[in-house]
Design a protein around this ligand. Structure first.
Ligand code: CO
Length: 203
């Protein structure tokens, strides 16, 4: 089973170099992506693939429920490198509907360690409790929380020292909130883009 992956890789590498023998040499020398992707670890949301970008074009950070938590050194390091060294122009927080992580926060079941990780989602849930409880269909409620969560994470990214410093320097940097539909393969823009400190107040 696992050998299939190595075989796939060999075929992929050969295919990539067809008609462009320098492809990997060029990539190895430099990466200059314009986009940072913050997405869910879910295997059904392959970042590069769904937005049609090649290796070298998208800097990617993924975790359960696409969180951008101000105390997460992994996220903060990725963000700082993307903004300060790579000088990305766009940061995309992309959630997805039917997210298992988001769904887990809406049940009383215990899931172990991940319950600690998902505590910030519970905070979003508490903030929007009234509106969420008004939604009768449980699936629609999960999906609404998926959207609220993306909006909160956009606010979290905008509130970081890294992003505020970049804006203060006059660096061009936009933060977008998107959500991806597993059932149709389409990305929806949640229209919460922030491009400067004025629009970056926590939602
Ligand atoms: Co997910």
């Amino acid at each position: 089973m696992i050998d299939r992956l190595i075989q796939n890789n060999l075929a992929w590498s050969i295919n990539r170099q067809k008609g462009d023998p320098d492809y990997f040499r060029r990539l190895a020398a430099q990466q200059s992506p314009e986009f940072l992707w913050i997405g869910c670890a879910d295997s059904r949301v392959p970042a590069n693939e769904i937005v049609g970008l090649d290796p070298g074009e998208l800097f990617v950070h993924r975790n359960i429920a696409n969180l951008a938590i101000p105390t997460d050194i992994n996220f903060l390091s990725v963000l700082a490198f993307a903004v300060n060294a790579l000088k990305v122009r766009h940061i995309i927080v992309c959630g997805h509907y039917v997210c298992g992580g988001i769904r887990a926060t809406l049940t009383r079941e215990k899931h172990g360690i991940v319950d600690h990780w998902l505590e910030p989602v519970r905070e979003v849930q508490r903030k929007h409790a009234e509106r969420l409880e008004a939604i009768g269909n449980p699936e629609d409620r999960v999906n609404a929380l998926c959207e609220y969560n993306v909006i909160r994470q956009v606010g979290n990214v905008a509130a970081t020292v890294t992003v505020r410093d970049a804006w203060e320097r006059g660096q061009d940097l936009a933060i977008h909130g998107w959500i991806y539909g597993l059932s149709d393969g389409l990305v929806r823009d949640l229209d919460v883009t922030v491009t400067g400190p004025a629009g970056a107040d926590r939602p």
